[in-house]
Design a protein around this ligand. Structure first.
Ligand SMILES: *[C@@H]1O[C@H](CO)[C@@H](O)[C@H](O)[C@H]1NC(C)=O
Ligand SMILES: *[C@@H]1O[C@H](CO)[C@@H](O)[C@H](O)[C@H]1NC(C)=O
Ligand SMILES: *[C@@H]1O[C@H](CO)[C@@H](O)[C@H](O)[C@H]1NC(C)=O
Ligand SMILES: *[C@@H]1O[C@H](CO)[C@@H](O)[C@H](O)[C@H]1NC(C)=O
Length: 411
């Protein structure tokens, strides 16, 4: 008990404490140097500096009494032999105390994440289609799935109109849906509804969120192996200090979600089973984003579907996510919406260009427009980043059906 308790605090508080400890140490050293220097120059009369010293010692004693636990945690954090000696006179570190909800949430999440994943011969990938209505690329997906029965399952959340299906893989795969309003928590609710329904099947080990404008860039085996034989989720996540990133943060999310934890990312994720389960288990952080990350919050627009999952995973399992999305989208036109591909754009070369990208790129929304480029690392090796792409207009279907055998044969 004691060990895990301390470990938890170490995990949560270590970086903060180390930073604060260093700052405090520097402050104390500065004070001492100033005092000594003053004394040498003889500017301070003896009683004055004795008073200062006595006050410093008293302040320290009072603080040490008020924050006994943080002090011992700090000692743990410093983890050196000199720790005892330092902790005798180092000013204690006022660290944030976790709320009851936070402690409860963190223990549940931590224990779930410790469960060993069970990849079996029956392991399936769940393809979750989030669409307002029709699925224009159903027949392309049908081609993609053909011959791989038993290794995938399909779920469709149609929020506006009930689509007519042409593929046997899609017939009767609709789940009960609800309205989805762009940029609101209802988008996250629909994603959670898809995850919950797919989790009912214990063979589903990895979950992929797709839209009606998404297409596959590789054949089924490539996608299956890419997602199944790694232990991370492909959740897009980066720190954007600009107005479309941290500028959307609201202090109403305190104390559980601090501004430094706020992240941004595209909504199109893939998630391993344990991550889908912690999403189901989370109500604390979900509620914060539902209530305080929405259009018009504090006079700004915040979109939960771009911030909840990136921030949540960044807080509870940062090393468990890839930080990029395996669904490609072209923002190079720098408009409000990404490029929509028309029939004339769809060529073998376009697909080859997208599938040969091996670096993920994020651009901050502040005036610096800082470009962050990171290699797409799959189990430590640089690999193509993308398995899927959007946004393709329905008119591209014929060309894509013709091209599909070509661009998937060179995997
Ligand atoms: C994703 O980013 C987090 C925080 O920056 C980092 O700790 C983590 O290692 C990254 N994930 C991978 C797979 O590199
Ligand atoms: C994933 O597995 C590798 C070894 O294959 C391990 O080093 C790494 O810590 C694991 N990551 C997570 C998030 O479990
Ligand atoms: C593919 O990439 C090359 C090299 O960057 C570029 O010149 C070409 O225009 C791209 N073609 C398409 C269709 O995007
Ligand atoms: C696709 O493959 C067929 C048969 O190999 C070939 O005739 C055709 O030119 C290819 N199309 C493209 C766009 O590469």
């Amino acid at each position: 008990m004691q060990v895990s308790y301390r470990n938890r605090f170490r995990l949560l508080l270590n970086p903060v404490i180390q930073m604060k400890a260093t700052q405090a140490w520097r402050l104390v050293m500065k004070d001492m140097q100033m005092m000594l220097a003053s004394r040498e120059r003889g500017h301070l009369k003896k009683p004055t500096w004795i008073i200062i010293l006595v006050s410093l010692v008293s302040i320290f004693l009072v603080l040490a009494y008020v924050y006994p636990r943080q002090n011992s945690t700090a000692c743990y954090a410093l983890s050196s032999n000199s720790c005892e000696a330092i902790s005798i006179w180092l000013p204690p570190l006022p660290a944030r105390e976790l709320t009851d909800d936070e402690i409860a949430s963190r223990v549940v999440i931590r224990d779930i994440l410790k469960t060993a994943p069970m990849i079996s011969i029956n392991s399936k990938i769940a393809f979750l289609f989030l669409t307002p209505g029709a699925l224009p690329f159903e027949m392309l997906w049908d081609k993609f799935f053909q011959g791989h029965e038993g290794r995938f399952s399909v779920y469709v959340h149609a929020s506006r109109n009930k689509p007519v299906h042409f593929s046997r893989y899609f017939i009767n795969r609709e789940i009960r849906s609800d309205e989805v309003a762009w940029g609101t928590i209802s988008m996250v609710d629909a994603e959670k509804r898809l995850l919950a329904n797919a989790l009912k099947d214990p063979d589903n080990q990895h979950f992929v969120l797709l839209s009606d404008s998404c297409i596959p860039l590789h054949d089924f085996d490539y996608v299956y192996n890419y997602l199944m034989y790694t232990n991370i989720s492909f959740v897009d996540c980066f720190e954007d200090p600009g107005p479309h990133g941290s500028g959307r943060y609201s202090e109403h999310m305190l104390p559980e979600v601090e501004k430094k934890d706020f992240r941004k990312g595209a909504q199109w994720f893939t998630m391993k089973r344990l991550h889908a389960i912690i999403v189901m288990a989370d109500s604390l952080y979900y509620t914060k984003f539902r209530d305080y990350c929405k259009p018009g919050m504090d006079g700004r627009n915040c979109y939960s579907d771009e911030h909840y999952f990136p921030s949540f995973f960044n807080m509870v399992d940062p090393a468990g996510i890839a930080n990029w999305s395996v669904t490609h989208v072209d923002w190079s036109e720098r408009k409000w919406h990404p490029k929509s591909y028309q029939a004339q754009d769809v060529t073998y070369e376009l697909i080859r260009n997208i599938t040969s990208i091996t670096d993920s790129v994020h651009v901050t929304s502040d005036e610096k427009m800082e470009i962050q480029i990171r290699p797409c690392l799959w189990n430590g090796n640089q690999r193509p980043c993308y398995l899927f792409a959007r946004k393709f207009l329905p008119e591209t279907i014929d060309k894509l059906m013709l091209l599909y055998p070509n661009y998937t044969s060179s995997n």
